[in-house]
Design a protein around this ligand. Structure first.
Ligand code: KIV
Length: 313
């Protein structure tokens, strides 16, 4: 499939365009039902975060099942220290951009800290705001057993919800840091209760973050809901990673579970340094990268300039 260059300047087609569709066959739209189907058929589910139009488009065209506008964008895109400060407006702004880039993947957004903690009415209102104003299909919120009632309320409002348990970054201050959860017997029992509560509430999928592989495997076998792991081992029904982590665009050292699939930082730094060097050495822009006057205008301009020079003499 040939496609136009993603040039902001509205340039022509890339000369060496490549197929960006990984599988090469027409994709069907991924829905919540597709995820259940995949679990039943033991087909792994793929999920990546995206925070803007261009990366969302690339991720979608690579046939990833779920695109998540994660609140990790607080750190990756906006430079905040953690996910606690990001607002509804900021999440909405990015969700709208991602919506414009996603065609087939299931589009999920994180409800930011504070948007579902005060009361059920406000949580439903905020979830509906995401659906109405950004076109996302699923909202994700953190917490298990203690959120089950609230999740039912949001689902009652016809909005699919995804759960997120284990290491839940919005609880960083309560957890006293980003720590692997479910390492003790009590911790395992709590995680199991959380997963079962979310399963019974009818969530679309459950993100299992930062928990031992053995615990994630037990949960995955126990619940009918698809589990999507991040730092939770290979037995989950699917895997999610942060776009900036797999592309080496994260300025912090990678976590144990991160695998880098590209080095965008090196690519960008090299390109920027080359541009700088070309400008300084006047090698950019070249004549062929410049606009020119039409022949007649150039001739007319020459005549005018010549007349001016003659008058000055
Ligand atoms: O915000 C995020 O990126 C997430 C993923 C890590 C699951 O919630």
């Amino acid at each position: 499939m040939m496609r136009q260059a993603l040039s902001a300047g509205g340039g022509g087609a890339l000369e060496d365009t490549v197929s960006l569709t990984a599988i090469g066959e027409p994709r069907r739209k991924i829905t919540v039902a597709t995820l259940r189907e995949k679990k039943l058929l033991h087909q792994p589910i793929t999920c990546l975060t995206a925070y803007d139009y261009s990366s969302a488009r690339l991720v979608d065209e690579a046939a990833i099942d779920i695109v998540l506008v994660g609140d990790s964008l607080a750190q990756t895109m906006l430079g905040y220290e953690n996910t606690l400060s990001i607002t509804m407006d900021e999440m909405l702004h990015h969700a709208r951009a991602v919506r414009r880039g996603v065609k087939d993947a299931l589009l999920v957004v994180d409800m930011p800290y504070g948007s579902y903690h005060v009361g059920a009415d406000e949580a439903v209102r905020n979830a509906a705001k995401f659906v109405k104003e950004s076109g996302v299909e699923v909202v994700k919120l953190e917490g298990g057993e203690k959120r089950a009632e609230l999740i039912r309320r949001i689902i009652d409002a016809e909005i699919p919800v995804a759960g997120h348990i284990g290491l839940t970054p919005q609880s960083v201050n309560v957890m006293s840091g980003y720590k692997v959860q479910g390492k003790s017997l009590n911790g395992i029992e709590q995680l199991m209760r959380d997963a079962i509560a979310l399963d019974q509430a009818g969530v679309a999928f459950i993100v299992l973050e930062g928990i031992p592989r053995e615990v994630a495997a037990m949960i995955t076998a126990e619940v009918e809901t698809p589990t999507i792991g991040i730092g939770a081992g290979p037995e989950c029904d699917g895997q999610v990673l942060v776009f900036h982590d797999i592309m080496n665009l994260n300025f912090n050292g990678p976590a144990k579970f991160v695998r880098r699939y590209g080095n965008a930082a090196a690519l960008i730094t090299h390109a920027v340094q080359e541009f700088r060097a070309d400008v300084i050495s006047r090698q950019y822009p070249s004549d062929s990268e410049s606009y020119h006057l039409p022949k007649e205008t150039r001739a007319a301009l020459e005549t005018v300039m010549e007349r001016k020079r003659a008058m000055r003499r």
